[in-house]
Design a protein around this ligand. Structure first.
Ligand code: SF4
Length: 319
């Protein structure tokens, strides 16, 4: 259950099913996952995004395996002390796996509560009020079944655009339905536009076809994943001179036309790509070489895969 909850954050069930099956067959219990190299876990996670979750999943497995004899704690508080387990996941595990009267509030529950009580204040400001309202309704008997029932109600009956109020067991009590405003709730504060950032990636190829890769720092976005060497991502674009100052070695770098665009949660990235034959040159020491046919053995994030695809499609893997 823990694995499915972590995987399902920010993602849908159809996307997760294949990953879930793979994880369970490779690492059937928490001890096996704890003993796995982080690289293997990140690699198996590649494509699900939000890689901090995979690192935390691995760290959490290690804590549970090593310090807790493989048993998860059964209270919200103790669960939240584990890596990668936030308030929602802790409540869901406590209620559903251990029968604790924890209040589980996901997007579906948020919507049902906002409508049931006609909360017109927009999210995220209304979050506390909605959690308090949900808390007041959580029963002490069968809290796990109740939590799943309300989430299911939100997913199947109290749907975002056109709620099926005539099939809803709470229809008589629902204030938004009575006021005719159900479909407009919950209100949301307008989103800020995503800022744009600019980066440079370098495809440094040897004559035998091997390409320079490197590992990102463990901390931070895409931590521990494998990428092409490149620049920081900054708010203003890169001139050719500034970009080449970030290259892993001096060479006849040639820019591919256009940019590679990738959307992260909080910003959008435009990557300029340079390619060069660097055979025999001394390159920065934090990298390693891999043939493109071996890239699938490494945990490449989607953003890097897009850059690789762009270079290979250009059929221009070196100058
Ligand atoms: S009555 Fe309609 S709006 Fe109210 S909780 Fe049920 S489905 Fe949602």
């Amino acid at each position: 259950m823990w694995l499915s909850e972590i995987m399902l954050q920010q993602t849908t069930v159809p996307t997760v099913i294949g990953y879930f099956d793979t994880f369970l067959s490779r690492w059937p219990d928490v001890h096996a996952l704890a003993a796995a190299p982080l690289d293997d876990v990140l690699h198996a996670w590649a494509g699900l995004g939000y890689y901090a979750r995979a690192r935390n999943l691995h760290r959490c497995a290690q804590v549970v395996s090593r310090d807790l004899a493989g048993r998860f704690p059964d209270t919200e508080e103790a669960l939240q002390a584990l890596p990668g387990i936030g308030p929602y996941t802790a409540a869901a595990i406590a209620a559903i796996a251990f029968g604790r009267p924890a209040t589980v509030v996901d997007g579906n529950v948020e919507r049902v509560m906002a409508r049931l009580h006609a909360v017109v204040e927009p999210l995220p400001g209304a979050k506390r009020q909605i959690v308090a309202l949900a808390d007041a309704l959580t029963p002490s008997s069968r809290p796990g079944d109740y939590a799943q029932a309300v989430m299911d109600l939100g997913a199947t009956v109290c749907t975002p655009r056109a709620p099926s109020c005539d099939q809803c067991p709470w229809a008589d009590a629902c204030q938004a339905r009575a006021q005719g405003i159900a479909a407009s709730l919950p209100r949301k504060a307008p989103k800020k536009p995503r800022p744009l950032r600019y980066g440079v990636a370098f495809w440094a190829a040897r004559k035998d076809g091997a390409v320079l890769l490197r590992r990102r720092p463990e901390k931070g976005l895409l931590g521990g994943m494998i990428e092409l060497p490149g620049s920081d991502w900054r708010d203003n674009g890169w001139t050719k001179n500034a970009a080449l100052g970030e290259a892993p070695c001096a060479a006849s770098w040639r820019r591919l036309p256009g940019e590679v665009r990738h959307v992260f949660t909080h910003f959008e990235l435009l990557m300029t790509v340079y390619v060069a034959d660097v055979d025999g040159r001394r390159v920065s020491s934090d990298g390693f070489w891999s043939l493109p046919s071996g890239f699938s053995n490494h945990a490449l994030p989607t953003m890097t895969k897009k850059v690789v695809r762009r270079v290979l499609d250009a059929g221009d893997q070196s100058t």
